[in-house]
Each structure stands twice: as structure tokens, then as C-alpha cells.
Design a protein around this ligand. Sequence first.
Ligand SMILES: *[C@@H]1O[C@H](CO)[C@@H](O)[C@H](O)[C@H]1NC(C)=O
Ligand SMILES: *[C@@H]1O[C@H](CO)[C@@H](O)[C@H](O)[C@H]1NC(C)=O
Length: 353
Amino acid sequence: MKGILFCLYSSLCIYYNEGTVTLPQNISVPAVIAFGDSLMDQGNNNHIKTILKANFPPYGMDFINGNPTGRFSNGKTLADFFAKGFGVKEYLPAYLDPLIHDKDLVTGVSFASGGAGYDPLTSKLSNVMPLSVQLKMFKQYIGKLKRNIGEKDATDIITNSVFLVSAGTNDFLVNYFTFPIRRLQYDVPAYSNKLVKLAKSFIQEIHKLGARRIAVISTSAIGCIPIERTLAGGARRICVDKYNKASQLFNSMLKLQLQILERTLPKSRIAFSDFYDPLMSIIDNPQEYGLEVTHRGCCGTGELEMSYLCNKRMTRTCHNDSNFFFWDSLHPTENGCDIFVNLVLPDMIKNLF
Ligand SMILES: *[C@@H]1O[C@H](CO)[C@@H](O)[C@H](O)[C@H]1NC(C)=O
Ligand SMILES: *[C@@H]1O[C@H](CO)[C@@H](O)[C@H](O)[C@H]1NC(C)=O
């Protein structure tokens, strides 16, 4: 990839070189704080009673010492690459990790729980932590931070941190299109509207607690995720148009409502971060991103295996996961995460600062 100069304003440019985005010099981010689902779960689910975990091999096979930390990846996750991209740190820890130190809190943590959604029913279906519980943990975190470094410094950190919110995918894939309850109550536009309202109220809650720079991650091309191709894409495993359409509708409603919300919340920057087009671009042009396989995952056959189904009994796991975008049938590889964050970060920076 050749270097390109990406300019936000005439005076504020980012040099995008060989896949590395660097922050403009006058921007400094003290901490990254993540909420939501498995894209941001750094191991919180290890500590709750759910079967949706990733703390066993081959998860983590390319992490330090091949350690399966609970990240839904062979190595680092999107959250880790965002933390690095914002110049904060290499690894974003899980808030529930018992080994976490007070000094780790200062640069941010993740409260995300794999399987969670905006709809409380979604989290209930997988027995994972809903956003309401993640919010409670955030309040507890603020209390700890204030006790550790004092009220003023803690407030400064919260004010200047980047908040990442990743949810919506499980609401459609695990809940709406799989279980009948919500489908009987809502059509896709009405359910999208409900999810957007829930997203807005969550953002208002974290804003009340001091968050100012909030990046809300859109749903991706959810019909092209390997497991959905297998379950609903027919014999040729094509992308599921119905799911992609739902995702696009939800995203357009979310984008509009976030713009309105940003105007009503004092001193806030609320960035809609599009994950749909970047994923489509990678899936359609793997070679442009130095990848080979984007229609199935690396673990096992790559068509169905994820979480407990992706385990050390998998014999057909791919030879070189850095050529794959997907690690399991749902989550990107470390290399996939790296490529993806480089793709979406310039836009996120533009919309947050
Ligand atoms: C960084 O500097 C540019 C150009 O002086 C300015 O427009 C922008 O608001 C600054 N950003 C921050 C976060 O201070
Ligand atoms: C895996 O593929 C990458 C990219 O094509 C290459 O750089 C690397 O050397 C390969 N690793 C192994 C172990 O073959």
C-alpha cells in the first residue's frame, strides 16, 4: 500500500503509510473505553456463566505465549488495534480480568461482553452482560479511578477519552432472525427503530457520566459473515441479502439519529463509524488488502465453527491465518483486525475531533 496524505481540514493531515494511521500531532487520547459485543470483548465473558467464551485453544494461538485470553481472535482484536491507533496502548484489558492493575485503569478498559446487543433480550438469550450491566461496571470504574488518581484527573481522562460502542449485530443475527419473539412483535424497520432508540439512550447515559468523544460502530455486512452464508446462503454460500438489507436500514437510521443526538448533547462528538462498506470492500477485493480468503474462517472448516465449536479438536484449521480475514465463522483474525482498523480509523478521527 502506498503512502497517502489524508487531510481532515487544510491544516490537519494524517499520513496513511503502509497500513499505519498516525494521529495528528495536537491530538492526545488518554484512554480508550469499549462497550458492546464480541468484537470488543477482551475476556470479560471468561468471568461470567455463559457458553459464549473464547478462552481455550486455538483462540489466542498467535497471542503472547499462545495465550487464549477470551478475545474472539487468534490474537489481537479490533479493540486492541483501536487502542494502538489512538496512541494509547498495545492491549486493551478486560475490566473483569482479576490481574488488572490500578495503572491499567488509567488508560482504559473494555466492558464488552460477547453476545450482547442493544436489545436486553439479545444479551439474555446468550446469558451475557447487557449494556445496563456494562454501564454499572463503568460507574464502578469511574469510582475506582477517582479514588486512585483524584477527582480532577479522573474527570479529565473521561472527558478526553475515546469511547467505542459496538452492538447491533447480535440483535439481528442471534435475536431477530433466529428467535421468533421479536419477529412477531416488529418488522425490520420497527425493530431497527427500537434498536436506534436503545442506542441513543445508552449514549445519553455514558454522556451523563462524562463521555464526550463517542464512536458508535455500525453493523457490518452481516449477511456476508461466514456463518450466515452457511446457515442461510444456500448451497453456494452467497451473502444473505435480507440480512444485509436489514443492516443497511438500521445503519442509515442510526447515522441520522446520531447526528441529531450530537447537536443535543453538550460538547459531544458522536461519530457514526461505518463498518458496512469497509467489510464489503475487503470481502470483494481480498488481494488489495494482502488477503486470500474472505468467505470462510480459519478455524476448522471455517463455515460454522465459533466459540465452543472452535476448539482444539479442530483438525482442519487453516495453515496461515494471516491470509484469512475471518478467524472463526464470525470474528476477524488479528491481521483482519489490523487491516480493518487502518481502514476505518481516519474517518473515525475526523468525526471525533
Ligand atoms: C488541532 O489543530 C487544528 C489546526 O490548528 C485545529 O483545527 C483542531 O481543532 C485541533 N484539534 C484539537 C483536538 O485541538
Ligand atoms: C503467512 O502469510 C503471510 C502473508 O502472505 C506471510 O508473510 C507469512 O510468511 C506466512 N507465514 C507462514 C508461517 O507461512
